[in-house]
Design a protein around this ligand. Structure first.
Ligand SMILES: [Zn+2]
Length: 340
C-alpha cells in the first residue's frame, strides 16, 4: 500500500499535551457545572478554545501541536467517564488540599464508543500542521489511579484496560491520526509491577501501524529504562529540565537507543528559559544521541502554568532549537527528517 511520507525539520519541536485553558473557557465551564449554560454552548467554547490553543502553537512555531487537552479536566477521570464499568464515588484527597475524582471499577469494562476520536478530528481540521499529537492515558496509569472493585487483581484490570485502549488507538488510526502518545506517568511508581505492566501495555499497542510514543514523568527513570526496548513504541518523551539534565547520564548507562522526546522546559517553574540555555541543553543530548533520533518538547504538559508564560516558554523552545538546527546544517546534516 502506498504510504504518504511526511517530512519534519531536524529536531522536530512538539508538546507533551496539555496547555492552559483560556480564562473565558474556565469561566464557561464553571457556569456549565452550575447549570447556567447549555451543553451546546460549552461544546462550542471547547472548539473555540482549541482554535486559540492551536494558534498559540502556530505562532510559537511548534512542528507537531496538540489540542492542549482543552476538553479534559483530568487525564484519568476523562477516560474513566467514557469507559463502561467505572463509577465515581466523589473526590478523594490526594495530597495537601488537592482533590481527585478517583474512579472505581465496579463492573466488567466495556468499550462503549470512541473516547478521543472527536478531539483528534477537530484538531486535525483546524491545525496548520499535517501531523498532530493525540494523547491517551495508558492502561497502567488508569488502573493505578482507580479503585479496583471488580477484577481479581490489578494485573487483570490493566489487561482489561489495555484491550479498551487498543480499540481506541485503532479507531484513531482509522480516523487518520498519525501520532499517538500513551501517557504512563504511574509506570515508574511501583517497581515490582513494571515487568508485567510492560507486557500489558504492549497489548494496548498490538496491531497499530501509526507512530506511537510514550510519555513518562515523575519517578525514577532507572526503573523503566531497562524496559525501554521491550515497549512497542518508537519514542519516549521524558523530562530532563526539572532534573537539571542529570538523567542524561542514565541514557548512556542504559544504552538508550530509541527516539527521544527531550524535555527542555521545566513546567514546574515559572522562570522562562532563554533560547541560549535551551540550545545548550540540546547540545548536551546530541553528545549522546544522533540528531535524527531527537525531538524537542517541554518536560510535561504546560497546563499548570499561566498562559502567557506557557506561550513564551514554547516560543523560546523553538528559538533555542533553531539555533542548534543551524549548527547541524553547517555540520552537514540534512535540514529535514522523515517522520516515521
Ligand atoms: Zn507529564
Amino acid at each position: 500500500m502506498f504510504m504518504q511520507e511526511y517530512y519534519l525539520p531536524i529536531l522536530p519541536t512538539t508538546v507533551i499535551g496539555s496547555y492552559p485553558r483560556p480564562r473565558w473557557l474556565r469561566d464557561i465551564i464553571r457556569r456549565y457545572k452550575k447549570g447556567q449554560i447549555k451543553e451546546k454552548v460549552l461544546k462550542e467554547a471547547y472548539n473555540d478554545a482549541v482554535i486559540a490553543v492551536i494558534k498559540d502553537h502556530e505562532i510559537a512555531g511548534i512542528d507537531i501541536p496538540s489540542d492542549g487537552e482543552q476538553r479534559r479536566d483530568e487525564m484519568v477521570e476523562y477516560f474513566a467517564e467514557r469507559i463502561g464499568g467505572f463509577k465515581f464515588y466523589g473526590p478523594v484527597r490526594v495530597w495537601g488540599n488537592a482533590f481527585f475524582n478517583k474512579p472505581a471499577v465496579v463492573d466488567k469494562l466495556e468499550y462503549r464508543e470512541p473516547i478521543v476520536v472527536n478531539e483528534f478530528s477537530f484538531l486535525q481540521k483546524v491545525s496548520y500542521s499535517k501531523i498532530v499529537k493525540v494523547t491517551i492515558t495508558g492502561p497502567y496509569t488508569i488502573a493505578d489511579w482507580s479503585f479496583n472493585e471488580y477484577y481479581s487483581d490489578k494485573e487483570e484490570l490493566v489487561y482489561a484496560l489495555a484491550e479498551i485502549i487498543n480499540r481506541e488507538i485503532k479507531e484513531l488510526e482509522k480516523a487518520g491520526a498519525k501520532y499517538v502518545q500513551i501517557d504512563e506517568p504511574a509506570l515508574p511508581t511501583h517497581e515490582e509491577e513494571v515487568e508485567w505492566a510492560v507486557k500489558a501495555i504492549n497489548k494496548a499497542l498490538e496491531g497499530i501501524k501509526i507512530k506511537l510514543g510514550m510519555h513518562i514523568c515523575y519517578g525514577k527513570y532507572e526503573r523503566i529504562l531497562p524496559y525501554v526496548d521491550k515497549i512497542n513504541v518508537s519514542q519516549f518523551a521524558l523530562e530532563f529540565a526539572n532534573r537539571q539534565f542529570k538523567d542524561l547520564e542514565l541514557l548512556i548507562e542504559y544504552s538508550y537507543n530509541k527516539e527521544l522526546g527531550f524535555g527542555v522546559i521545566d513546567v514546574h517553574n515559572r522562570r522562562i528559559e532563554s533560547p541560549l540555555e535551551i540550545a545548550e541543553a540540546i547540545r548536551k543530548v546530541l553528545s549522546i544521541l544522533p540528531p535524527e533520533k531527537v525531538y524537542i518538547n517541554p518536560d510535561c504538559g504546560l497546563k499548570l502554568l499561566p498562559r502567557e508564560i506557557a506561550r513564551k516558554k514554547m516560543e523560546n523552545m523553538v528559538l533555542g532549537t533553531k539555533l542548534v538546527r543551524k549548527e547541524l546544517v553547517k555540520a552537514g546534516f540534512d535540514d529535514m527528517i522523515v517522520f516515521k
